[in-house]
Design a binder for this molecule. Structure first.
Ligand SMILES: Cc1cc2nc3c(=O)[nH]c(=O)nc-3n(C[C@H](O)[C@H](O)[C@H](O)COP(=O)(O)OP(=O)(O)OC[C@H]3O[C@@H](n4cnc5c(N)ncnc54)[C@H](O)[C@@H]3O)c2cc1C
Length: 419
């Protein structure tokens, strides 16, 4: 049985970047990256945005050119699934039956798109979106479709609705929440987005779910629980992911209550030689040590591109001997029509927000406060010189009463608040 110094399971952002993180520290150790997809590591954000609307080609979706991996002595095994992991013997079993041994292993297995359990959910013309192939299939269907139904009002649903509209398809969005992006943006911003989507021809039906999809050769209509039936040519479900944690579970690694892989600040799992990164990993955020008010560091798990990127790099470095804690401030971005959103910190819960700038002007930032401290910021169209101080402020977690007025006042420079 062949032994590899480093085995990476998963070829998304976290897995791909881990191979680079390893190479920054160890130029020689034998690295193999195993992915069950047909592609070398790639990033997913363009799949609902520039790649879907044809502004970005496939070559720019991949993390690195094909030549990168052989040049850096990283073996990439595509179309190969890891089926079993034995921490005691340090052995991974592959779907071919072959077994390999590792010294250090990274689990970067991410997630797979959920499909709502509706009658008709498997009809041709009903899509989920996680992979290049999914995005290709949606794009192809959009060439002939006149009407699309998007199920889900979070980022993926909102981005797909935006892209399909740009491709000339008439879109209806249906979701059970009261408003778009309900879990991450304040009510006022959702209301603004509803107006913006409406102006661009998207119909939004909140607080509603689809009960059944009908059709014979392909999907033809959707029955909603408000009694309405929509004629549709295609349906896209953007309703979240299931984490690929079966390998970790079967291997006996510690999981959190929500079923994520628990890691320490070095991204190491409950097994000394196994690390985890990206969508599956729940880590004790040191970034929020100060900002966390009710007891020790807060355990975070974030399904975002930059977390997968930075954790992949950090986990790779640590596997190769770095021993450095993961302290990157969580960051994400999204493009909805002509608006580019950027956010730093934790937007998962807040008591109050402070608005800087103006929604209608397309230049604004919301500062999120929880238990009186600043925990996150979401910005659209703000001047470049505000980006750094925004991140710094979130790291510092100042009290609402000390900064609210200054944050609201655009004439007050954010860098002045850092001290
Ligand atoms: C359409 C779309 C748009 C997005 N847009 C944004 C955005 O604008 N901003 C943002 O911050 N985030 C965005 N995200 C989220 C971001 O892409 C994810 O957080 C990121 O992909 C997570 O990376 P990962 O490496 O942890 O997991 P993944 O990207 O899911 O990669 C995991 C890989 O492991 C493989 N795998 C799983 N199990 C096995 C196994 N047993 N054996 C071998 N291989 C296995 C999977 O097939 C997959 O290739 C978007 C996601 C999608 C789907």
């Amino acid at each position: 049985m062949e032994t590899y110094e480093y085995v990476i399971i998963g070829g998304g952002m976290a897995g791909g970047k881990a191979s680079e993180g390893i190479r920054k520290v160890d130029e020689r150790g034998h690295v193999v990256l195993i992915t069950d997809e047909a592609h070398r590591p790639y990033e997913r954000p363009p799949l609902s945005k520039e790649y879907m609307v044809g502004e970005k080609g496939l070559s720019r979706v991949y993390l690195r050119p094909e030549s990168y991996y052989p040049e850096h002595d990283v073996e990439v095994w595509t179309g190969v699934r890891a089926t079993e992991l034995s921490p005691t013997s340090h052995v991974v079993t592959l779907d071919s039956g072959e077994q390999i041994r590792y010294n250090k292993l990274l689990l970067a297995t991410g997630g797979r798109a959920k499909r709502l359990p509706l009658p008709g959910n498997g009809l041709p013309g009903v899509f989920t979106l996680r992979t290049i192939e999914d995005s290709d299939a949606i794009k192809e269907a959009a060439e002939t479709a006149e009407r699309a139904l998007v199920l889900g009002g979070s980022f993926i649903g909102s981005e797909v609705a935006s892209s399909l509209t740009q491709l000339g398809v008439e879109v209806t969005m249906v979701f059970p929440d009261r408003r778009l992006l309900e879990r991450v943006v304040p009510e006022e911003l959702s209301a603004f987005l509803h107006r913006m989507y409406k102006d661009r021809g998207v119909r939004i039906i909140p607080e509603t779910t689809a009960e059944k999809l009908n059709g014979s050769a392909k999907v033809a209509d959707a029955q909603l629980d408000n009694g309405e039936t929509l004629s549709v040519d295609m349906v896209v479900m953007g309703v979240g992911i299931n984490l690929n944690t079966q390998l970790a579970r079967d291997a006996g690694l510690e999981l959190t209550k929500e079923g994520a892989v628990a890691v320490d600040q070095y991204l190491r799992t409950s097994d000394h030689d196994i690390y985890a990164a990206g969508d599956i990993a729940a880590w004790p955020s040191m970034t929020f040590r100060e900002a966390t008010l009710s007891g020790g560091p807060k355990r975070l798990r974030v399904e975002h591109w930059d977390v997968a990127r930075s954790q992949g790099l950090r986990a790779g470095g640590n596997m190769a001997g770095d021993q450095a804690p993961y302290t990157t401030l969580p960051y994400f971005f999204s493009d909805l029509f002509e608006f580019s959103f950027e956010a730093w910190g934790d937007l998962s819960a807040w008591d109050t927000t402070v608005l800087r700038g103006c929604l209608e002007r397309g230049s604004f930032a919301y500062f999120y406060f929880r238990e009186t401290r600043l925990v996150g910021v979401l910005a659209v169209g703000r001047p470049d010189e505000e980006r750094k101080p925004m991140q710094e402020l979130v790291r510092l977690g100042p009290q609402h009463e000390k900064v609210a007025e200054a944050l609201r006042t655009e004439e007050t420079s954010l860098s002045k608040l850092i001290t």
